[in-house]
Every structure is written in C-alpha cells, then in structure tokens.
Design a binder for this molecule. Sequence first.
Ligand code: SF4
Length: 322
Amino acid sequence: MTLPILTVKALKKYFPYKKDLFVKAVDGVDFEIFPGETLGLVGESGSGKSTVAYTIVGMYAPTQGKIHYNGEDISRLSKNRSHEMKGNIQIVFQDPGSSLNPQRSVGKTLSFPLHLHQRNRKSGFPTTAVELLDSVGLPEENLYRFPRMMSGGERQLVAIARALATGPNLMVLDEPTSALDVSVQAKVINRLLALQKRFDLSYLFITHDLSLMRNVAHRVAIMYLGKICEIATIKEFFERPLHPYTKMLLSSIPVATEEEEALKPDTAPSSGEIPSPVNIPTGCGFHLRCPMKMDVCTRHDPETTSIAPDHKVRCHLFSGAS
Ligand code: SF4
C-alpha cells in the first residue's frame, strides 16, 4: 500500500480579529497527498485555501490539528523545522514579481538555495544554476538578467527553478498561473507537468480555476469557508459531483466540447458571495446560498460522509439528516 507523503488532519488556523473574535480561515481540514500525485485545492477568494498552503510550508503555525510529512510531525513554524525538511517542501507563489528579489540576478537567486541544500539534495536533481534554468526551459543567458528585465512567465519559471534547487518531494503551487497572461499560462502548466514526471514530485495545486484541474490534478478538493465540502478523484468529481456548491461552481465553468457540456450539472450558476469568515453562519456555512437548503442545514454543520473509497462530501443531503 502506498503511504501518503503529506497528511493534514483536523487542521485549524484562526487569526485574532477583535476581542474574543477570530477569523476562522481554516476550520477543520483533512486530506492526504500521495507520492507523484497532484491534489487540486479549489475555492473562491476567502475560502481559506492559501492559508492551508502557508500553514503546510510553515509560514503560519496551526491553531489546532496536525500536519505529517512522510509520517513526521511538521506542525511547526518553518524556523523550527529541520534544514532538510525545509528543502523537502517548497512553495511557488502567485506573483513572481514580488517573490523574487529585484536586486538579485537570476544566477544569484538560483545559486543561493543550491549551495544551502547541496548536502541534502536528492540525486537526479539539477546541481547548477544552468541546469536549473535548463530544467524549466530557459537558456543560460538568463543567469545575468534581473527580474525586471523578464516577462511574467519567465519570472515564474525562475521561481519554479528556485523551488527545485533544494530537491523537494512536495511543491505547494499557490495559484502559479493566475497572474500570467493566458498565452503563457499553458506553457507554465506544461512545464510543471513535465517536471512532476521527471522528478516524481507531488503537488498541492491551489487555484480558483476549477476547469484547469481537469487536465492537471489527480484528485480535487473544494473549499468553502475554511472547510472542505467535497473531495474526489477527477473522474468521479466531473462525472458525479454531489455537493450543491460544487455543482454551482461546475455549472459556471466554460466548456469546449459537447461531451463536457453534457457533464455540466443542471444547477443555477454561482450566486451570492462567500460570507465573512469572522461571521460564519450557524449550521452549514453554505446554507445562505444553497438552493437545496433544508431546515437542518441552518442548525447543524454537516459531518463528512464517504460516498465511495475516493469520494467524500460534507452535506446533510448525504448524511441521512433531515
Ligand atoms: Fe446545502 Fe444543506 Fe448541503 Fe449545506 S448541508 S450544502 S445547506 S443541502
């Protein structure tokens, strides 16, 4: 049996807001990621998906819950993690313009983590800045360029190369293409897919773009108000979406073929806005927008129900409550 590379268990991250009030950005999230797998974490802005990402990489300490990497508890801030563990999990941010140091040439940006992690880096990964550039499809002359001299797509490829420099097993990709022109998004995605194959990487791919997941992820988890409302394999997800929120999201995405159109759920497109995580409604967090709402939904928050081995949903329609 293959063991997960990352296990997130009952994870909560609350931020103090005012006296006795908290922003419940992440409120009890469970998932696993397996070696070589891409898990897509999808949600609207304010759903808590980026907070999950930042907690996994150690930028935030969890309020409650556990994060295990290859069985080792890493529920600690990055500064307390071992040097080797920092190299094992890397993050690529949405905006390469602000994540790269404008004063540093690309060569220096790549050489620093290469040098720092040279002892722990797994074999097979690039060992020089030129090899790193080559792995993301950028020519050697980029070594002497600065971020301001590059396009958004080139900068993001440098950010990906920098993440690879430590020889990671898991990469957290926080909306890695959403700040890029549509014309370069596909190029960056294809490069990420090629790198995943070459280095057997696992990805946690954070996005608000559900349609992107069809070609990128093995499984997808939908977040709403700090909780996962549905998680399934890509096939199961697109063929048998269950949660009313998932159906809303799916009914809004553009389709390219008649086959995709036939798979679209017959549900009203997404309406209303996600409530503030400071003032979460009682019961199911989605009940203010849900076309299937029942009385119980305003009173009790649903538990997660297993529908199939790889398909879980958090909704009273499937928990037997009424
Ligand atoms: Fe809708 Fe109720 Fe299910 Fe929430 S629990 S998604 S309100 S049906």
